[in-house]
Design a protein around this ligand. Structure first.
Ligand code: PLP
Length: 394
């Protein structure tokens, strides 16, 4: 039979319905342990514990089914689910790093990841980090030290939507024996395949598009079997970063509609981004799908689609006017996170200034008037009208 399309694979891959009485939706294995018929059976399971169901802090069938679907989608040998995106990021950093190692990452990396490196792993393990804009490959080369063990990318970044040249950076890292990881949450494996570009490990917050319904928190790590198995043994099972079967099951439900949801997010967001770009009260729109994006060309080379999170800069820096616009929206809900069915609005300054110093915040290239919106699955015309009436309030 011909190779199947991704929509078909996401519907059926890794699901053996006859093993569950033909149930079209698999059951949730909501159990803490698995039992065995005799001594030899449990003894044999312990010989091969990496792929056996023994105790749900380790492997669980509901979790495994989702891992197999995601590994297939990302073109990775294996995937490991995590209870959050931050757990996946923490586990990946700890997997690659030894005490006193050095990391290179981008200035506008997701705030808590910055915090993990600069305030936690630095104190606990003596990790040092160099932050660069990430736009020039030469800057990565320049930042390499003798103890550099990890290059951590986030492309597009969810703060300012800047890109990094994934293939060239992966090549550079390999030449120096440095491991690479990327936060690929924005693009998802459907619109960007970093493993095929030479990246060692891909991490996601599945809370965003993969989950898509704003009813779960989760993360995933995808890569080579050797890395993912080591992460399973150490950071996942030993440190107890267990994924709830219920959350995995919700994610399984969501993955079936991911391609269709992304198409809609992309179509609506393109329309809204173009509208915002032409608005007199907006000075800049940050969206990699717009030809005006300074790295648009690079985006077309390494992505095959664009999702629904973007930011724009209001002309005014007057906080009262910014608040009037923010509070004047009727359809955009006020909240953190993104990638769900609902449209959201947020001003990064609100939380980043609590986590980062004003200098770190400015260094990330963000200002008070920066507004971030996540375009949901409502009608694009309704969302556009909502933005128009709120912008008229400024
Ligand atoms: N990476 C990015 C780009 C994010 O935006 C987030 C959360 O907002 C995370 C990682 C962390 O994911 P989680 O909230 O699932 O821990």
């Amino acid at each position: 039979m011909k190779k199947k399309e991704i929509e078909t694979l996401l519907a059926h891959h890794a699901e053996d319905r006859h093993a569950y009485h033909g149930a079209v939706v698999p059951p949730i294995f909501q159990n803490s342990l698995f039992t065995f018929k005799d001594w030899d059976a449990i003894d044999e399971a312990f010989d091969n514990r990496i792929d056996r169901y023994i105790y749900s802090r380790g492997k669980n069938p509901t979790v495994k089914m989702v891992e197999e679907k995601i590994a297939m989608m990302a073109g990775g040998e294996k995937a490991q689910l995590f209870p959050s995106g931050m757990a996946a990021i923490t586990a990946s950093c700890m997997h690659f790093l030894e005490p006193n190692d050095h990391v290179i990452t981008i200035k506008n990396v997701y705030g808590p990841a910055n915090n993990l490196l600069t305030n936690y792993l630095s104190k606990k393990m003596g990790i040092t980090t160099t932050f660069i804009s990430g736009k020039e490959v030469s800057a990565f080369a320049k930042a390499i030290q003798e103890n550099t063990k990890l290059i951590y990318l986030e492309s597009p970044s969810s703060a300012v939507f800047s890109l990094q040249n994934i293939s060239e950076i992966a090549l550079l890292a390999k030449k120096h024996g440095i491991k690479t990881m990327i936060d690929n949450t924005w693009a998802t494996p459907l619109y960007q395949q970093p493993l095929a570009m030479g990246i060692d490990l891909e991490v996601h917050s599945t809370t965003k598009y993969m989950g898509g319904h704003s009813d779960l928190v989760g993360g995933v790590v995808i890569g080579k079997r050797v890395d993912v198995d080591a992460i399973f043994h150490h950071e996942y099972e030993l440190l107890g970063m267990k994924t709830a079967p219920m959350e995995a099951w919700l994610l399984l439900r969501s993955l079936r509609t991911l391609p269709m949801r992304l198409k809609q997010h992309q179509e609506s967001t393109m329309k809204i981004a173009q509208y915002l770009e032409g608005h007199a009260k907006i000075t800049k729109v940050n969206y990699p799908g717009l030809p005006s994006h300074e790295q648009y060309e690079l985006g077309t080379q390494q992505m095959n689609g664009y999702t629904g999170l973007l930011s724009f800069q209001l002309e005014t820096n007057d906080i009262e006017k910014i608040k009037a616009f923010f509070n004047g929206l009727e359809l955009f809900l006020i909240g953190v996170s993104w990638g769900g069915h609902e449209s959201l609005i947020y001003a990064p300054a609100i939380s980043y200034l609590k986590e980062l110093s004003p200098e770190q915040f400015t260094a990330m290239g963000i200002s008070l008037g920066d507004i971030r919106i996540s375009i949901g699955l409502e009608s694009a015309d309704d969302l556009l009208n909502d933005l128009e009436q709120a912008l008229a309030l400024i």
